[in-house]
Design a binder for this molecule. Structure first.
Ligand code: ZN
Length: 425
């Protein structure tokens, strides 16, 4: 985050005055950038290249990118970055792709734009892409091919219009955002000091639309609970401890845990498995549990409740004989941090000013995105859509309608430049 104002006691009036002054200056800054001839050229590029962007979107969607299998898509994006004359184009050791548009101030930290490369579709999913009327179809066409195309559109328009950005713009295609990828790509990036110490703000481009600002990270934790026993025959070993019954009791206890409506907190048992046949006492039973909350304290409380349920049930079913012995294991299979962007942050002021400049209506929302990672470290980040409209996300019937994509691209470009600054010519 940028340096804040010096801490001192201020009266309420004084505070609201300085607040409105700083949002007015954000508005002036955005309006000044929007007037520049080169920005108009970039906006015109978005309109005149709409068809080429659609073709590229079909092309990238056709490259499978299952969780932990993004390599060919990473390679494709690296080639596009090179074609667009970005500098320092490279992949890191896990497949994140980087390209830089240098700025006129060599010491300024990066303003980063990112789009996740992965889809939810497992290896072997038939990927069919097509254009039908004005719409594009294909698994992942909106989430997140539209974000990837926005990266390329912004880089291309800045190059074409020779926009003199002051701070360098860092373009990132990252792996492992979806599901059990668990934000591994963005986590890895923020574990590298060369990135974490030098990215001032991160703008995550995820999915279609222009009507939301995700400035609040939804935290989640996921667990796999396995109960193991001796097993046996349903008739001759009757009385041996039964892991399925143990798991059922754990579920019963855990799901009685009260959760608050505010901050909204939820739990779900999504998968349960175990056993070999109807006349066997099972040797093991497993379930997967999802917990979500905007509050880390509530996630901690649910975690304790899950452990307590297990700790109470196991001794109930475990007797003195070996066949009465049950053991339990609780394993974390997902952990996404929860944190919010402060309401007085520069990034929030700027996106508000950009929306007002473009007459765009957008609401602040909470979701789990790549922005969770920097937000949880106290850094500035938001997630916004890449324009156009989309639907059927996470199904093979996913679609994208490019009408209105240029509003999304203008919004991203103005925001990036308001944060990076534009040099005098
Ligand atoms: Zn996504």
């Amino acid at each position: 985050m940028g340096p804040g104002p010096p801490v001192r006691a201020v009266s309420r009036d004084e505070f609201s005055l300085s607040e409105s002054q700083s949002s007015r200056s954000a508005q002036q800054q955005v309006a000044g950038i929007a007037e520049l001839r080169r920005i108009h050229e970039a906006f015109a590029w978005f309109r005149s290249h709409a068809r080429q962007l659609e073709d590229l979107q079909l092309e990238v969607t056709a490259i499978p990118a299952p969780p932990w299998g993004e390599a060919s898509r990473s390679q494709w994006l690296g080639q596009r970055f090179t074609d667009l004359a970005l500098s320092g184009v490279h992949q890191d050791e896990i497949g994140n792709v980087f390209g830089i548009r240098p700025g006129s101030d060599p010491n300024a930290p990066y303003i980063a734009l990112s789009a996740h490369l992965d889809t939810v579709f497992p290896v072997g999913t038939a990927i069919e892409v097509r254009r039908d009327g004005n719409k594009l179809y294909g698994p992942g066409i909106s989430d997140n091919s539209s974000g990837i195309i926005a990266l390329l559109g912004i880089a291309a328009a800045m190059h074409h219009a020779a926009i003199p950005n002051r701070a360098p713009i860092l373009f990132i295609g990252d792996v492992g955002e979806e599901g059990e990828g668990d934000l591994r790509g963005m986590r890895h990036i923020y574990q590298q000091p060369k990135w974490s110490a030098n990215i001032a703000s991160l703008i995550v481009l995820d999915g279609a639309g222009t009507d939301t600002i995700i400035a609040e990270g939804l935290g989640s934790r996921r667990y796999e609970v396995t109960i193991r026993g001796h097993g046996g025959h349903s008739w001759s070993d009757f009385g041996a401890a039964n892991p399925i019954i143990g798991l059922a009791r754990v579920i019963d206890r855990f799901t009685r845990t009260p959760v608050p409506a505010t901050p909204k907190t939820t739990f779900n048992i999504g998968i349960i498995s175990g056993g070999t046949s109807v006349n066997s006492i099972p040797e093991s039973a497993t379930m997967r549990v999802d917990t979500r909350s905007s509050s880390v304290e509530e996630l901690d409380r649910l975690e304790r409740a899950l452990h307590d349920a297990v700790d109470q049930v196991i001794p109930e079913l475990t007797g003195r004989k070996p066949q009465e012995l049950l053991t339990a294991e609780v394993r974390i299979i997902g952990n996404r941090p929860a944190a919010d962007l402060p309401v007085d942050s520069q990034l929030l002021k700027m996106i508000r000013a950009v929306d007002s400049q473009l007459n765009n209506m957008a609401k602040i929302q909470r979701a789990s995105t790549d922005a969770n990672v920097p937000l949880s470290l106290g850094r500035e980040a938001i997630a916004i859509g890449a324009g156009g409209a989309g639907g059927g996300a996470h199904t093979i019937h996913e679609w994208f309608d490019p009408a209105g994509r240029d509003l999304g691209l203008k919004r991203i470009l103005l925001l990036a430049l308001a944060l990076a600054g534009v040099s005098d010519e």
